[in-house]
Ligand binder design. Structure first.
Ligand SMILES: [Zn+2]
Length: 618
C-alpha cells in the first residue's frame, strides 16, 4: 500500500504532447522556446484540474533540458530531466498561495529568487492559487515580478482570474486554459486504464468524464476510487450503484411519461428515486440537464455540442423527435423555477411533483392545440379535458350526426421535423330515426354539462354561446317532437261531442242543483246569477258580478269543468269568466258588501264597528 501512487500523480503529463486539450497554449509555449522569446512571468488561468501546474512543470523541465529535441521536447535523459521526473529537481519552487499568503511567505520567496540555480539555466517559481495572496503580499511581490533576475521565471496559476489585481496582470503573459473535453478525458482514462491493465465498459469512462466536469485530475481521482472498489473491471451497473448516480435511464423514463402525461407513472418513478436516497433538487436538475440535451438534439448543429457516447446520442435523438423545442423550453423554465423555489419550500416533494404535473400538462395542451386545429375551433385547447372537448366539438359541429366518442380513435404521429400528422378515424353513426335519437338524449345532456364546465374553465363567452345553442337545439328538437306526439295521442282519445246553447243551459242548471245538494250553495248562487254563453270551439263564457266571484269560480273551475265535460260528453270544453259591470246587480254576496249595504241604511253601525274593533270581511 505504501507504494500506491494516485493516478493523477503517476500519470501526470511529462511532455507537452501529454497535456490534453490545451493545444493552443502548448504550441505557443513551444514556439516561444524555439525562438528564445520566453516571457519571464506567466499567468495560467482556468478551471481546476485541467493541467495548469502540470504544464508549468513541463515548461520548467523543458527550458532546463540540456538536450532539447528539434520539436522542443525534453530529452528525459539529462540530469535535469531525470531529477524532474523523480520529483526532486532543485530548479522548481512551488508555493501554494492558498496556505502561504502572508507577506512573510512572499518575502521568503523573493529572497530565494536572488540566487542562481546550481543545476540548469532557470529557476521556476510556481505560485498556485495566486489570487489568495493578501494585498500586502501582492505589493511585496510586485517589485520582483517587475524586474526579475534573468535566471528566474514565474508561473502564476489561478482559477479566479478576476481576483488578480491589474498591476499583476499587466506584468504577465496570460494563458487561459479550457475545460477538458469529455473526449479528452476519456482518451486520458483509456491511456491510464491500459497502463494499469484495467478492463472497462466504455459507458463507465463516459460516466466518469461527465462526473468530473471537465477536470482531468478529478476524472483520475474518480477512476482510482472505482478501480479500488472493483475487481479489475469497471462495469456500468455496478459503478452506478457504487457512485449512487441517478442514471440517465431514469430521465429517459421520466421524460417519456411526461410526454404521455402519465402522472401516476411519474409519481411512481419519482418515489423510487427518493427511495434510492436522491433528493428532489438533484433529480429536478438532472431532469433539466436531460431536457437541455434533448433541446440540443432538436437541431443537428447544436447536437454536436452534446458530449455523449454514440449510443446515448441516438437515444436522445430518438426521444427529441417526439417533442418540440417550444415544449422543451417551457419544461426547462418550469424545472428552473422549481430549482429556485426548492430551498424555500416546506413541502419539497410536492413542489417537484407539481413541477412534473405542470410539465406534462404543457405537452398535453400543445398536442391538443394541434388537434383542435383539425377541428377548426382553435379556442378549445383546454388542457384539463382535451378528449372531452374534442368530442364535444365534433358533436356540436355535427348536429345531425352524433359521434360516439368510443368510436373515435386518434393517433398522433410526430415526424422528425415536429410536424404533426393527425389521423382520425371516425365512425359516424347517422341517426335516421327518432328512437335512436332519443337514446342519445342522455348522452347529449351529459355533453351539454361538459360544455358548460369547459366553458367556465375557458371563460370564452362567444365560444360558449355557439356551443350551447347548438347543443340545446338538438335537445329542443327532441323535446318538441315528444310533446307533439303526446298531444296527438291525447287528441285521438278525446270525447268531442257537439252540443248547443240550450244543451249547455240545461246542463248548467242541472249542475247548479248538484252543487246545491253537495253543500256548495255559494258557488251555486254565483253561477246561477247569469246564464252561460257558448262561444266557438266549445268555450263557455261565464258572466260574473265582481272579482270575489271570479276568485270563487277560479278555485272550483276544475270541478265545474269535470261535471260539464261528463254531462255534455266533450273533453275539450273550457270556460272563461268575465265581469259584467253594466249589468251588475245590487246584490250583496260578501260580508263586506252586506255590511256596506247595512251601513247605507244605518250610518251608526260604523261607530259600533269601530268600538267593537270588528272587521266586516269576516
Ligand atoms: Zn533533458
Amino acid at each position: 500500500m505504501s507504494n500506491f501512487l494516485v493516478s493523477a500523480r503517476k500519470y501526470r503529463p511529462q511532455t507537452f504532447e501529454r497535456v490534453l486539450g490545451q493545444d493552443a497554449i502548448t504550441s505557443t509555449l513551444k514556439t516561444s522556446i524555439r525562438n528564445n522569446q520566453l516571457a519571464q512571468s506567466f499567468l495560467f488561468c482556468g478551471p481546476r484540474g485541467v493541467g495548469k501546474t502540470s504544464l508549468a512543470r513541463i515548461l520548467a523541465k523543458t527550458i532546463n533540458c540540456d538536450n532539447l529535441s528539434a520539436n522542443q521536447d525534453s530529452c528525459d535523459k539529462c540530469v535535469s530531466c531525470t531529477s524532474f521526473n523523480e520529483n526532486n529537481s532543485f530548479n522548481i519552487h512551488e508555493l501554494d498561495a492558498a496556505s502561504n499568503n502572508s507577506v512573510d511567505d512572499i518575502r521568503k520567496l523573493v529572497d530565494q529568487v536572488r540566487f542562481a540555480p546550481q543545476v540548469g539555466e532557470y529557476n521556476i517559481y510556481i505560485i498556485d492559487e495566486v489570487h489568495m495572496l493578501s494585498a500586502q503580499a501582492f505589493n511585496a511581490f510586485l517589485k520582483t515580478l517587475e524586474e526579475p533576475p534573468k535566471h528566474a521565471k514565474f508561473i502564476l496559476a489561478t482559477t479566479e482570474k478576476h481576483k488578480i489585481i491589474p498591476t499583476i496582470l499587466s506584468r504577465c503573459q496570460i494563458f487561459d486554459f479550457k475545460k477538458s473535453s469529455i473526449d479528452d478525458i476519456i482518451k486520458n482514462l483509456k491511456y491510464v486504464a491500459s497502463k494499469e491493465s484495467i478492463d472497462f465498459e466504455d459507458s463507465v469512462l463516459h460516466l466518469i468524464a461527465e462526473k468530473s466536469d471537465g477536470a482531468l485530475r478529478d476524472s483520475l481521482s474518480l477512476f482510482d476510487r472505482l478501480v479500488t472498489s472493483s475487481d479489475g473491471k469497471l462495469i456500468y451497473t455496478e459503478v452506478i450503484k457504487h457512485l449512487n448516480i441517478l442514471d440517465y435511464d431514469y430521465y429517459f423514463k421520466v421524460t417519456a411519461s411526461l410526454f404521455e402525461n402519465n402522472i401516476s407513472q411519474l409519481f411512481l418513478i419519482f418515489n423510487e428515486i427518493l427511495n434510492n436516497g436522491f433528493d428532489g433538487q438533484h433529480f429536478i436538475n438532472g431532469l433539466a440537464s436531460h431536457l437541455r440535451n434533448l433541446l440540443l438534439c432538436q437541431d443537428s448543429i447544436t447536437a454536436e455540442i452534446l458530449e455523449k457516447s454514440d449510443d446515448l446520442k441516438s437515444r436522445y435523438l430518438d426521444q427529441t423527435n417526439k417533442t418540440s423545442s417550444s415544449y422543451l423550453v417551457k419544461a426547462l423554465k418550469l424545472c428552473n423555477e422549481c430549482d429556485i423555489q426548492y430551498n424555500l419550500s416546506n413541502n419539497k416533494r410536492l413542489l417537484v411533483e407539481i413541477c412534473l404535473m405542470q410539465i406534462s400538462s404543457i405537452g398535453y395542451s400543445a398536442e391538443l392545440k394541434k388537434k383542435s386545429k383539425n377541428f377548426v375551433v382553435s379556442k378549445a385547447n383546454d388542457s384539463k379535458a382535451p378528449i372531452i372537448s374534442e368530442a364535444i366539438i365534433s358533436k356540436v359541429q355535427n348536429t345531425k350526426t352524433v359521434k360516439d366518442e368510443r368510436f373515435t380513435a386518434t393517433k398522433v404521429n410526430k415526424t422528425f421535423n415536429d410536424d404533426v400528422i393527425i389521423e382520425k378515424k371516425n365512425v359516424n353513426v347517422e341517426i335516421t330515426n327518432s328512437i335512436d335519437l332519443e337514446n342519445k338524449i342522455n348522452d347529449e345532456v351529459e355533453l351539454k354539462e361538459k360544455v358548460q364546465d369547459l366553458a367556465e374553465i375557458k371563460n370564452s363567452q362567444d365560444f360558449i354561446a355557439t356551443k350551447e345553442s347548438k347543443t340545446i337545439s338538438i335537445s329542443n328538437l327532441l323535446f318538441q317532437k315528444k310533446e307533439k306526439i303526446k298531444e296527438d295521442d291525447i287528441i285521438s282519445n278525446l270525447n268531442l261531442k257537439e252540443f248547443t246553447q240550450s244543451d249547455l243551459t240545461f246542463h248548467w242548471k242541472e249542475m247548479i242543483n248538484i252543487l246545491k245538494k253537495n253543500g256548495k250553495s255559494n258557488l251555486a248562487i254565483t253561477l246561477g246569477i247569469y246564464d252561460p254563453v257558448l262561444l266557438d270551439d266549445f268555450l263557455i263564457k261565464v258572466p260574473l258580478s265582481n272579482s270575489s266571484q271570479i276568485e270563487l269560480v277560479y278555485h272550483e273551475k276544475q270541478m265545474i269543468l269535470k261535471i260539464l265535460r261528463e254531462r255534455l260528453g266533450n273533453d275539450k270544453l273550457d270556460l272563461n269568466t268575465v265581469v259584467v259591470e253594466s249589468e251588475k246587480r245590487d246584490v250583496a254576496y260578501t260580508n263586506k258588501d252586506k255590511f256596506n249595504k247595512m251601513l247605507e241604511k244605518n250610518p251608526e253601525l260604523q261607530v259600533l264597528r269601530e268600538q267593537l274593533g270588528l272587521d266586516p270581511e269576516y
